[in-house]
Design a protein around this ligand. Structure first.
Ligand SMILES: [Zn+2]
Length: 657
């Protein structure tokens, strides 16, 4: 079993400076404490004392999910992220807060091992009564992940021990055995946490439960001949017509992927299904920015190619957590099938939707990541959300980001390999099976520049193979020192064989593809728009740089031809006092020729009203040059949007000639 990023991230260090390192620095300087303050302010942290919180618990009317139902997971994700950051750098305040919340969690646990806030304080009689909607098992999964991170940093089982007791209790309730419930988490997550718990501790309950949840999911006749969620709804006495907003029809379980057994799909189609699901998602349901989920209603996928840019166009959701999930899935798939298409998407998500979800102040976030603003949904950030899964999820991702950069190992005593998925400035150190120490470093200014230098430090007797992802947007590359032999490219990875690395412990690869390029959505999206990208970074326009804009760039086009100019710019990172106050975020601004479309306000009916032009006249008039005004457009990376005030107007895809 290949190691998980959460287990091995600390073997990689990120010496400054790099964009990834600067993001983790924001969490160290501000993010981890700002999120703690929000958890305290909103009652999430304090509620583990199991006391009724007036003002916090007063309105629990939201059905089927009053917000406190998933508070455990917000706190658990914060603990997980905090422990990753502590491993990188000690902070007394964060350490004290982790210790205190762990003590509270230990006291909050029931004698039988049960550990869930909502069903202990608010509705104790409703335990296990609504797995479909109420996040009980989902919370347990995040507690498991928090406990693993905690035991890794603190090297004790103060959190792991109660969580293992909780897992034992859950195993006694759920499973294939007669008399146990044949249910599974409404929100999948617990499964991977349990399997990770098993991988780290060998815990058998965790393995059996994780496997059972996966195998049982979507069984149409699992509980007394019924789908489990239909059975439990009947047990609750719910009307068959009462359904959550996220369900399009009653009994329609696609929202939580339990409409069909997962394993049935896998065994019928084998490897192909995995590829098909991935390709379907990436080729037909993913935005240019790596965002997924066009539909607000169920925070999820629409039909193929339904990818409107914003609310005005028909909707765009793109939750931050969804793109973090894509990164996690891509990282897992790379272990099974080393193919650059997974790593390309992992990088696309990282440098666009995921990185853009936190402001440079470390205290402001986006939950929804639209590609265009509107009057209804301005492009702005919030300090917290009622459902606040995204901020602590970002923290645990950036806390463990070292684990996503590469895959490495020692398949035989005299062999080592490193497969590099993401480029930055970083160094990994590990030991071979024979105990030899190996370190491998990369140095680059990615994603601003495509030049990456590598250095291998390993005993000369070792055969070292390096595989470098060749991004799909890069037309060519050059490796120095050069060699007479051609490098092989397998699955989108350039193979640097041991015959080369034995002669050159230092080498450089220079990827082309950092000239700005125009990118278009698939023609089936019916969007006649164009966007700019440079390397893995997608760009957008904002009113801050284009102050003439009045209507969210709905009438703005990008010239097909014409030079695109690059300018080195920087933006302050307002991290508060001390030396952090001076930090700047460097980026490359693009300037290009564009135009704005003029049309008479109120003429939207195009000739249907009295005295209006006929449709033909209106279109003809629109084509005339004097209906367009030339402008110079200023673009900035999408990940830097909404950091400088302004009027909240932004767009990625502009009209195309
Ligand atoms: Zn989220």
């Amino acid at each position: 079993m290949a190691q998980h990023p959460q287990t091995i991230f600390h073997e990689t260090t990120l010496p400054s400076p790099s964009l990834l390192q600067s993001r983790r620095e924001i969490f160290h300087a501000v993010g981890v404490k700002a999120q703690l303050a929000q958890l305290r302010k909103t009652g999430r942290y304090t509620c583990f004392d199991l006391k009724w919180q007036p003002g916090v618990y007063d309105d629990l009317s939201r059905w089927p999910c009053p917000p406190p139902v998933y508070w455990d997971s917000d706190v658990a994700k914060w603990i997980e992220g905090a422990c990753y950051l502590l491993l990188d750098r000690y902070d007394a305040e964060v350490d004290a807060a982790v210790r205190a919340i762990v003590d509270m969690m230990r006291s909050a646990q029931g004698d039988d091992g049960y550990l869930n806030l909502y069903f202990t304080v608010i509705e104790p009689e409703k335990r296990w009564s609504n797995l479909r909607d109420q996040h009980e098992l989902y919370n347990a999964g995040h507690l498991v992940e928090a406990a693993l991170a905690h035991s890794k940093y603190y090297k004790n089982d103060l959190l792991l021990e109660p969580i293992i007791r909780y897992v034992k209790l859950i195993r006694s309730v759920f499973g294939p055995e007669e008399g146990r419930r044949h249910g599974y988490p409404g929100h999948p997550e617990t499964e991977l946490a349990l399997l990770r718990l098993h991988a780290v501790t060998g815990n058998q309950d965790a393995y059996e439960l994780g496997r059972y949840f996966i195998e049982e999911r979507g069984n149409p006749t699992g509980q007394h001949g019924q789908h489990y969620y239909d059975w439990e709804a009947e047990e609750r006495g719910d009307s068959p017509w009462k359904r959550p907003n996220s369900y399009v029809h009653a009994y329609d379980h696609f929202y939580n992927q339990s409409h069909k057994p997962i394993l049935e799909q896998d065994t019928v189609e084998g490897h192909a299904v995995r590829a098909i699901l991935w390709d379907n998602m990436v080729d037909r349901k993913m935005y240019l920015t790596g965002g997924i989920g066009a539909m607000l209603n169920w925070e999820g996928f629409g039909i193929d190619y339904f990818l409107p840019q914003g609310t005005d166009d028909g909707g765009c959701y793109n939750e931050t957590c969804a793109s973090i999930g894509v990164m996690m899935l891509a990282e897992r798939l790379l272990h099974l099938d080393l193919d650059s298409r997974y790593a390309d998407v992992m990088e696309l998500c990282l440098y666009n939707t995921v990185m853009g979800a936190m402001g440079l102040d470390g205290r402001s976030f986006t939950y929804v990541n639209q590609l265009a603003s509107s009057e209804k949904d301005n492009d702005r950030r919030e300090s917290w959300f009622e459902t606040s899964c995204c901020p602590p999820n970002l923290m645990r991702l950036f806390g463990s980001i070292g684990g996503y950069l590469w895959d490495y190992g020692s398949p035989a005593a005299d062999e080592v390999f490193v497969n590099v998925h993401l480029y930055t400035t970083a160094e990994v150190s590990f030991e071979t099976g024979g105990g030899a120490k190996v370190s491998f470093a990369q140095l680059s200014d990615w994603p601003q520049d495509g030049k990456v230098s590598f250095q291998i430090k390993a005993p000369s007797t070792l055969k070292t193979t390096i595989r470098l992802r060749w991004p799909s947007w890069s037309p060519d590359y050059k490796i120095t020192p050069s060699t007479a032999e051609e490098f092989e490219c397998v699955g989108g990875y350039i193979v640097i064989p041991s015959s080369y690395t034995s002669k050159h412990s230092e080498f450089t690869v220079d990827f082309d593809g950092f000239a700005p390029r125009q990118v278009y959505p698939h023609p089936y999206t019916n969007q006649h728009v164009v966007a700019l990208a440079r390397g893995p970074v997608v760009y957008c326009v904002e009113d801050t740089d284009n102050p003439w804009e009045k209507d969210h760039f709905r009438d703005t086009g990008l010239a097909r031809h014409g030079e695109i100019q690059e300018r080195s710019r920087s933006m302050p990172m307002p991290l508060g006092s001390g030396d952090q106050a001076e930090k700047q975020c460097h980026y490359i601004e693009l300037q290009a020729k564009g135009w704005t479309r003029k049309h008479e306000k109120g003429s939207d009916t195009r000739g249907r009203g009295r005295g209006q032009k006929s449709i033909r006249q209106a279109y003809a008039a629109e084509k005339e040059a004097d209906n367009e005004e030339a402008v110079t457009l200023v673009f900035l990376p999408y990940y830097l949007r909404a950091n400088r005030g302004g009027r909240g107007m932004m767009r990625v895809g502009l009209l195309r000639e």
